[in-house]
Design a protein around this ligand. Structure first.
Ligand code: PLP
Length: 457
């Protein structure tokens, strides 16, 4: 029986009765009912009521090539018929992860040539944490095991992901994090820069917090620093240009490894294959997932730099770690086809040279001036809109986060899917968006802001 045999009401009732959702207040959802998305095509998603919604979030930061790509379905079908599954444990392999690893080594920064697969970004960060700590054990420095992360970071939802992340609400429910992980200030100039402090100076000060944490613990106790190049779930917080080079300089000075979480920024979003290339930094690990398959299959790839990889290979013996679905043949076949499409359609270059700059200009010219908007910012096709009560003082509406939810709800009703994090609206659309799609999005967001303003005043 397919879902068409059920009414929307029935689906919502069954959903509420049996399905526990991620990041959802279930009591609230039982009252309101879930929004059921039934199909999608190109940049649009459609709900069970037939509403067409422009997807400003690419699903959950992942559907970079847009929806309805037959080639990906065909790649999955062909691979399922030939070999639906075999593992990559105990010196076995299958062709598609082999070829995908070669491709990833080609597009990754030069010093990154090895790949470890999982099914999710959280798993990949778990692998990264284990690998980095294991590296220092193999190097004869087992006490070098502390990880420095940042407040408001999001690194996934497993115990390791939550512990690495800096979300208070998640830590409160953890009741026992992975030890030896500390969180320093985030590079969020809009709220944290001092009066009169330049962006450049603020970036250096925020990077300085990493050095302070290293000195406090002692460099011989610190394994690595982990960060999202641009904090995504925390509100598309784009650091000043001075931040990342300074963080890298500090890490090198104290021989601390640099772990970059590119689960959102990987595969074209910032106008290069990886944000590491946009920012000109050389991380020791790069966590990727999501857009690796454009979300058509669950797959993550931890890209491992030569420094860690050579120690693991030369001194490591067996690495006692892995997942049943590491290097899943179907997911890897889909990833290969996805990367082929991104390349064939020139989507990365398009973001860098055309849609990224146009998106920035459109947000500045058409959204930033609205009374409810304190700041807009973007990099590539990733943007944020700060919702404020008072543009000059940056005062927010109370209760915190409520105004952004009002904007979001009006946006969705007006055919525009975007996300609210705290008082920040987030956009991370498919890379297939054109200038026309960006214009359409701005029309719908402007309308949502007007309607929200009427509610909020
Ligand atoms: N890291 C970052 C930066 C993310 O944004 C996410 C998810 O949004 C994750 C890790 C976790 O990925 P997953 O949900 O696939 O476990």
């Amino acid at each position: 029986m397919t879902y068409q045999n059920y009414s929307l009401k029935q689906l919502q009732q069954i959903d509420a009765a049996h399905h526990l959702h991620p990041f959802t207040d279930h009591k609230e959802m039982r009252g309101a009912g879930s929004r059921i998305i039934t199909h999608a095509n190109g940049p649009f998603i459609y709900d069970s009521e037939g509403a067409e919604i422009l997807d400003g979030m690419a699903g959950l930061w992942c559907v970079n090539i847009g929806y309805g790509r037959d080639e990906l379905a065909e790649a999955a079908y062909a691979q399922m018929k030939e070999l639906p599954y075999y593992n990559s444990f105990f010196k076995c392999s299958t062709p598609t992860p082999v070829l995908l690893s070669k491709k990833l080594a080609e597009i990754a920064p030069k010093h990154v040539n090895q790949v470890f697969y999982g099914s999710s970004g959280s798993e990949a960060n778990d692998t990264a944490l284990r690998l980095v700590r294991h590296y220092w054990v193999l190097e004869g420095k087992p006490e070098k095991n502390r990880i420095i992360s940042r407040k408001m970071a999001y690194h996934g939802s497993t115990v390791a992901g939550t512990s690495l992340g800096g979300m208070d609400g998640m830590h409160k429910q953890l009741n026992g994090a992975v030890p030896n992980i500390v969180h320093v200030m985030m590079p969020y100039a809009y709220e944290l820069a001092l009066p009169g402090e330049s962006d450049h100076d603020f970036g250096l000060r925020a990077a300085g917090a990493v050095e302070e944490a290293i000195l406090e613990a002692g460099a011989d106790k610190v394994a690595a620093f982990i960060g999202e190049p641009i904090m995504g779930a925390g509100g598309v917080k784009i650091p000043p240009a001075s931040y990342w080079p300074e963080v890298q300089r500090i890490c090198r000075k104290y021989d601390v490894l640099l772990m970059l979480d590119e689960v959102i920024t990987g595969y074209g979003r910032t106008g290069e294959w990886f944000a590491a290339q946009t920012l000109g930094i050389e991380p020791d690990t790069i966590t990727t997932a999501k857009a690796l398959t454009s979300g058509y299959q669950p797959l993550s790839a931890l890209l491992v730099g030569d420094r860690i990889a050579s120690t693991l290979v030369e001194k490591g013996g067996e690495f006692n770690h892995g997942y049943t679905y590491s290097g899943h043949p179907v997911a890897c076949a889909v990833a290969l086809k996805n990367l082929e499409i991104i390349e064939r359609e020139g989507l990365v270059d398009r973001v860098r040279n055309d849609t990224g700059p146009y998106f920035a200009k459109a947000l500045q010219e058409r959204i930033a001036g609205h009374d409810l908007v304190g700041e807009v910012r973007s990099i590539g096709l990733m943007g944020a809109i700060e919702i404020v009560k008072d543009k000059a003082t940056k005062e927010r509406f109370l209760p915190a986060g409520s105004a952004a939810v009002t904007v979001r709800d009006h946006a969705i009703t007006n055919g525009m899917m975007l996300r609210a994090t705290g008082d920040t609206m987030i956009l991370s659309p498919p890379l297939i968006w054109t200038r026309d799609t960006i214009d359409m999005a701005c029309d719908r967001i402007s309308k949502a802001l007007d309607l929200a303003q009427a509610d909020l005043r």
